[in-house]
Design a protein around this ligand. Structure first.
Ligand SMILES: [Zn+2]
Ligand SMILES: [Zn+2]
Length: 141
C-alpha cells in the first residue's frame, strides 16, 4: 500500500497516510486563501482513519462543522476537516515530503479567484466547491 508523508515548515508537525489520494483540486475560496495567506490552495483528500499525526498540532474551528489545523510551533497550515466528509482529511499538497506526487485535477471556487490569478492549464474550473456539491447530492471530483 502506498504511503504519503508530509510536514510543516519547521518540521515539528508531521503526518503520514496509508493509501492513495482520494481526489485533488486547487481551491480559490476566500476561506482557504485567508487561512493559508495564499493566492489559492492545492488540496488533496485522504482517509482520516488511515492518517496519523505527530507533533504540536493545534486546531481551529473556522466555520460551523469545519476544523482546520496548523503547527503549534511555526504556524504552518496543515489540514481541513468538515462534517460534510466525516471520513476524510484534506491536506495541503505543499506539505508533502514529495511534492511531485501531486497532480491537481480541477479548480474549485473559480468564482472567488483573486483578480491577478491567471492560469494556462486546461483543468475544469468549477464555480463552487465540494461541500456545496455534496449537500446538493452531486459529486464534483
Ligand atoms: Zn511547524
Ligand atoms: Zn477552499
Amino acid at each position: 500500500m502506498a504511503e504519503l508523508t508530509g510536514r510543516c515548515f519547521c518540521g515539528a508537525t508531521r503526518w503520514q497516510s496509508e493509501g492513495e489520494m482520494l481526489w485533488s483540486s486547487l481551491c480559490h475560496c476566500e476561506d482557504c486563501r485567508r487561512a493559508a495567506s495564499s493566492d489559492y490552495v492545492s488540496w488533496f483528500g485522504v482517509e482520516k482513519s488511515n492518517t496519523r499525526w505527530e507533533g504540536p498540532r493545534r486546531t481551529y474551528v473556522s466555520s460551523p462543522g469545519v476544523t482546520r489545523s496548523f503547527c503549534g510551533e511555526c504556524g504552518a497550515p496543515m489540514s481541513f476537516e468538515t462534517e460534510v466528509f466525516p471520513e476524510e482529511t484534506h491536506l495541503y499538497a505543499a506539505t508533502l515530503d514529495g511534492p511531485s506526487l501531486y497532480e491537481p485535477t480541477a479548480h474549485i471556487f473559480w468564482s472567488e479567484r483573486l483578480p491577478w490569478v491567471q492560469v494556462c492549464d486546461d483543468l475544469p474550473k468549477h464555480e463552487k466547491g465540494l461541500q456545496a456539491a455534496a449537500k446538493a447530492g452531486e459529486k464534483l471530483l
